[in-house]
Ligand binder design. Sequence first.
Ligand code: ZN
Length: 435
Amino acid sequence: MFDIKTDNAGQDIYKLIEKLFPICRSITGNGVRETLAQVKQHIAVDIKEVPSGTKVFDWTVPREWNVDDAYIKDSAGNRIVDFRDNNLHLVSYSVPVNKKMNLEELKEHLHTDPDHPEWIPYRTSYYNETWGFCLSQNQFQQLSDDEYEVRVDSRLENGSLTYGEYFLPGTTDEEILFFTHLCHPSLCNDNLSGVALTTFLAKLVESQETRYSYRFVFAPATIGSITWLSQNEKKLGKIKHGLVVAVVGDSGPMTYKRTRAGNAEIDRAVIQVLRDSGDEHEILEFSPYGYDERQFCSPGVNLSVGRLTRTPNGCYPEYHTSADNLDLVKAEALRDSLEKYLKVLEVLESNRTYINMSPKGEPQLGKRGLYRTTGGHQDIATRNLAMLWILNQSDGNHSLLDISEKSGLPYRTLIHAIKDLSECGLIEENSLHQR
Ligand code: ZN
């Protein structure tokens, strides 16, 4: 189960990122719809619209923002800053403007990143009615004393907030939730990588028989997760585990941020997978700062939702700038992230307790052909050890994850040993006590 080949998946995810890259997204508007329409080419995602003005917990769904064009022209009529060249040039949610002004006045609305003079920063102003343009520090320094024409052809009107949801039923109604934010414009790692990886993860899960039901949510950050939670409050009890999927395409090591509880099954499953991978990784404690785990782990919601990223938000220099582009994300990193997500699902799907059917003394493995002495030495020794651990701990109280943690043996080794021991009747699944 979940032993899925991911050889070409990195390229497939990358190709979807390339398609989504030019679209101007924000927390509402047609960019979100176009993005979900692309996702829909791969999975049958349900697209939901929540009207502006809807109360969602302590928040209100804002007016919908769409933009047709935006630029700054110099007195000679040249577009010196042009939204059509790069949608990061316009501060997201800028109100409409059509005005001439001098450099002094214009400067109050310009944003740069002096630490990285070639990059355009990404800025938003969702809840503060203003307008602004972002440009490189280099370009900013070349602006001369001139009269500028500023034009923002945007519309802020009653409409709706759009999100996508894809549900896959399993043999039980207990759910695993994946949430990814899709509100950023032309930025790749944050978070087209998350949108595209979630799409392909859903597509692969769809091909499997699963014990859990799966829910994949594509929504804007913060207001989107709050809206989703508020609209789906009755269903939350079914969610047993969850992950926020974000920044999964850079070449840095995987980073896991624990749930609010800190030692939930999802925390233990992810940490086990990262440990077994032998790859460099980092484990962060929960904090109420970051991505949408903040909402899922708010005290009145308190779901077991962790966050699995590569280099976390804010910790790579290209973060929230035009350098978070198609060069920053790599197909190989995307494939590696996908594989680790699938391994986490393998653990969650297979984690259960067993009963040793011959618990008095060690059962004689040799006569059942289980105690192997030939073959790759290391591998055989580990396999034998795995059987001894499983037999010893299978009193119905220790799950495979418990045994893996206690023994230090890789989880996959335990799965193989379980198969051998089950086939000869030495252990049985503890169905009365599944987890
Ligand atoms: Zn971001």
